[in-house]
Design a protein around this ligand. Structure first.
Ligand SMILES: Nc1ncnc2c1ncn2[C@@H]1O[C@H](COP(=O)(O)OP(=O)(O)OP(=O)(O)O)[C@@H](O)[C@H]1O
Length: 258
């Protein structure tokens, strides 16, 4: 599944939150989106997954204009895992995964054995089958994220959007989550905060600053100290990770630099 974003802009009242953003994601790629707090990452993703409507420009999935698709059609092509893992009501884990089947059903159509089988398989793929009847609210942050990935898998969409999927997770769960998503081999677009994680896992990275894309490329092209200083306002040393060969970013606190 290929995705193309063409010149999208979005404003609230007079404030332009994202400005003329274009990008392309090719089938099978894992693409990162990085940028400082408030740079517009969530706003961009929401414009892509149709919680917000761009003022200008368009989003195309396999050449098809998303704004011409029904929400159900969109959900069959695109699944979203966001950082807001809390549900207003408590549900059993399996019920949450089964929600992923909704875009494939007619209104009030009941679940079939095939839906059940797809949901069970999705839960097994994220290693959470033992928790099928547990209450979602009682799970740890890492487990919740895995269940939400399972829901996205049950949705059988070819394109996965992740909005800061590792927020609030400790380092072990962050790596586990990223390894899991990579192993799924879905075409993915992920807003990430941790630059080393982005450098390690992404095929390509887009850098957002003040609502605009200011750099794009492979991790080694993007992770340059001048750019990181300009965009994030931090001093860094960039080396090559001894095992992965990817850029490894070391941050230099002001008090040590001076
Ligand atoms: N509904 C809104 N009305 C006004 N301003 C908004 C609205 N939604 C977002 N913003 C502003 O738009 C900017 C971009 O916000 P956004 O949440 O997209 O950034 P982000 O890069 O995802 O940030 P973070 O890394 O902190 O999650 C911020 O300055 C934010 O305050």
């Amino acid at each position: 599944m290929n995705m193309k974003v063409e010149e999208i802009s979005y404003s609230v009242r007079d404030k332009r939150l994202i400005e003329s953003i274009s990008l392309e994601i090719i089938e099978g790629e894992f693409i990162g989106l990085i940028g400082p707090n408030g740079s517009g990452k969530s706003t961009l993703l929401k414009n892509i997954y149709r919680v917000l409507k761009p003022d200008r420009g368009g989003v195309y999935l396999n050449g098809k204009d998303l704004s011409q698709m029904t929400q159900k059609e969109t959900a069959r092509s695109m699944a979203v895992v966001s950082q807001e893992a809390n549900m207003a009501f408590d549900f059993a884990v399996m019920d949450i995964v089964m929600m992923g089947r909704a875009p494939h059903k007619r209104l009030l159509e009941s679940d079939t054995a095939r839906d059940q089988e797809i949901a069970e398989r999705a839960l097994a793929r994220v290693g959470m089958q033992h928790a099928a009847s547990s209450s979602f609210a009682t799970l740890s942050g890492g487990e919740k994220q895995r269940v939400l990935i399972a829901r996205a898998l049950a949705q059988e969409a070819g394109f996965l959007i992740l909005d800061e999927p590792t927020n609030h997770l400790d380092i072990r769960y962050q790596l586990q989550m990223m390894d899991l998503v990579k192993a799924l081999k879905l075409t993915s677009f992920a807003a990430l905060h941790d630059l080393n994680i982005a450098a390690c896992y992404c095929d390509r990275i887009y850098v957002l600053n003040d609502g605009r894309i200011v750099a794009a490329g492979r991790p080694e092209e993007v992770m340059q100290k001048e750019l990181l200083l300009r965009v994030f306002g931090v001093k860094t040393q960039i080396s090559r990770h001894p095992s992965t060969g990817k850029p490894a970013i070391t941050f230099l606190p002001e008090m040590l630099v001076n």
